[in-house]
Ligand binder design. Structure first.
Ligand SMILES: *Cc1c(COP(=O)(O)O)cnc(C)c1O
Length: 376
């Protein structure tokens, strides 16, 4: 990549915080303060004792409050992040056959996990081009319908709606990047799972899932009679441990402390409408900017499918995204890279609730400043 001298952005244009990654994402100062405050009472203490169990209990209770959890749903957690949850789902949630909607990398990864599982039938795949979406449809024999709520690799958001004619099947929704920054009707999902490093502004390594009564029953039935399930992938074991505010093995305590702090902030601000409102304000600013900028275009053509939490913007040939990003990084503005495998001349901006909409407006001014000097 040709690189001349760094374009210095005037101080008054810069965002106060230059982190716009899609995951891991900006951690707030309040979360780091909470971490410091948990020393020595919680950090470095046993996860089988009251302080850490209380922490896990707080996180479970606050998630239930944030989502006004429907009757009978439970908050379950475990180690390994959303990627591990895919394998756990292949063992503990899919009875015989899963249908997956894939329109990007993350949806495709879960599809691969069930498709290659030797104890399941080959998965049924419904695919759409990156930048668009496809929805699940009733199909004979399918007992799990799976799709991402927000496809983080492309910045496309799909509705969470139970497809008609699928009674008895489970809807299993990857909300890794959607949860905490997007409104949803949870009664439409039997399983809504996510990880802490996106809208919850924490570190990775854990997974969380809201499980409906039907999902809880499916896990129990498979564990009781269907097949051997490795302990670390057993959702039955995760449910048992979660009910006791524990995890099967040692969790990342610091991640839980930061997660609780972010949940406190979200609830104090007004809950999910507040958090989702911040992301919507930020992403709308980006899409509006792209619509009025001659060399920028929202990648997702249908405005309804444009993600409120991860905005992807194509640049025309006059602005090289890699050059632009190098100049921004030199000024402390980081991680607006497009998803690796998409291979487009693009920027992808993570605007989870922790990101200040004022900082997003500053980011856009900084991009304009650099672009002007790159000769667009
Ligand atoms: C980030 C992400 C994942 C992977 O999460 P890990 O916790 O790193 O495994 C899965 N799905 C979606 C939609 C994501 O955004």
């Amino acid at each position: 990549m040709p690189m001349t001298a760094l374009i210095e952005i005037p101080h008054d244009l810069l965002p106060r915080d230059g982190r716009f990654g899609s995951g891991p994402s900006k951690v707030s100062d309040a979360q780091v303060s909470a971490l410091v405050a948990s020393q020595p009472s919680v950090l470095g203490t046993s996860h089988r004792q009251a302080p850490v169990k209380g922490l896990v209990g707080d996180v479970r209770r606050m998630l239930a409050e944030l989502y006004s959890l429907p009757e009978g749903y439970e908050v379950v957690l475990g180690n390994g992040g959303s990627t591990l949850f895919w394998d756990a789902a292949a063992f503990s949630l899919v009875d015989e056959l899963a249908q997956h909607c894939t329109f990007g990398e993350f949806g495709a990864k879960f599809a691969k996990a069930t498709d290659l599982a030797p104890h399941l039938r080959r998965s049924s795949l419904r695919t759409a081009e990156p930048g668009s979406i496809v929805l699940p449809e009733a199909e004979d024999g399918v007992d799990v319908y799976a799709w991402p709520h927000n496809e983080t690799s492309t910045g496309a958001i799909a509705p969470v709606l139970r497809p008609a004619g699928t009674e008895g099947a489970l809807t299993v929704v990857d909300a890794t990047s959607a949860a905490g920054g997007t409104l949803v009707d949870l009664t439409q999902a039997d399983v809504y799972y996510f990880a802490p490093q996106k809208s919850f502004a924490s570190d990775g390594g854990l997974w969380f899932a809201f499980l409906s009564p039907a999902a809880l029953a499916r896990v129990e039935a498979i564990a009781a009679a269907k097949r051997w399930v490795p302990e670390s992938l057993s959702l039955a074991a995760a449910i048992d441990n979660s009910r006791a505010n524990q995890t099967l093995n040692t969790p990342a305590v610091a991640t839980l402390v930061m997660m609780r702090a972010q949940l406190e902030w979200m609830l104090a601000g007004g809950g999910l409408p507040f958090a989702a409102g911040r992301s919507a304000e930020s992403s709308t600013a980006i899409y509006d900017w792209a619509e009025r900028t001659s060399w920028a275009t929202p990648f997702v053509t249908d405005p309804v499918h444009r993600s409120p939490v991860v905005a992807t913007i194509d640049l025309d040939a006059s602005i090289d995204s890699a050059v632009l990003r190098t100049h921004l990084r030199g000024n402390g503005i980081v991680d607006i890279d497009p998803y690796r495998k998409l291979g487009r001349n693009q920027i992808r901006v993570g605007v989870y609730p922790a990101v200040d909409p004022d900082d997003v407006r500053a980011l856009l001014a900084c991009i304009d400043h650099v672009a002007d000097r790159l000769g667009s």
